[in-house]
Design a protein. Sequence first.
Length: 341
Amino acid sequence: MRVGVLTGGGDCPGLNAVIRAVVRKGVQVYGQEFVGFRDGWRGPLEGDTIALDVQAVRGILPRGGTILGSSRTNPVKVEGGIERIKDNLAGLGVDALIAIGGEDTLGVAAELHRNGVQVVGVPKTIDNDLNATDYTFGFDTAVNIAVEAIDRLHTTAESHHRALICEVMGRHAGWIALHAGMAAGANVVLIPERPFDIDRVVEYVESRFKTRYAPIIVVSEGAHPVDGQMEVATGELDAFGHVRLGGIGQRLAEEIEKRTGKEARATVLGHIQRGGTPSAFDRVLATRFGLQAIDAVHDGDWGKMVALQGTDIVRVGLDEATKELKTVPAERYAEAEVFFG
């Protein structure tokens, strides 16, 4: 059997660990052959491939990013895109496809499955917002990077008696902000799922200053106030129709400084969160996902995504995995609220 592998969407720590596990087990245990598609869905859409064998995956376990490259190409939006992919797979002798990605990449994989392509999905997103899996690889690394940054912000905030705002990734789901804020002792955590009251945020800031400690606010890029007037969006859309966000941290800093008379500064972590070496947890999780994905291919269990539930790797339908985002529930946010102010 000849198996194609691609990585789509934003790069993420642990992608190479998945590729390595898929190829190593596929070649050594099942005698399969592999081909890598370059730059997400653009690869199968244009027939752009690279050789993918055991030698190609040696030494890539600790490397961030993806040796296959990635993109946000959406073949569903390309006229005849699905048929072009099917024709290219047939022409290359590719019998099955492993798609490693988030909701958008796996949404395309689900559409291909409905059109007769033999496909298996692997969940990847630092936002941890894919349905039907407890965790996605990349999330742990992103949280650890954010925590280290916030730890450093604490000392400079207190030295200068400033309010410091740390903006982290999270368009529609605030998992990174929630975990990083709790782990790093933030005074306020603002997430997309819970529109915030700016008056209440200012109260928390002023309360913190009264203790002679400086406030630290962690905010998801997609967080917005109750009245919606502080959300920042460029108006531009990507290939999957997502509005480009950014700037809520700076807007918060300006508003807090204006209302409190205290200096406030914003730090935007941005792509730093998803670059570089994956954490040990993400290396292990990504490896386990890769091993189970190639098992699913061997079993002919198409249209499935491997997922972490408890400590077990299970298989769930791609449609179930992509039908809705996994957002922060109210009870989890309530845990963090205990420490606000």
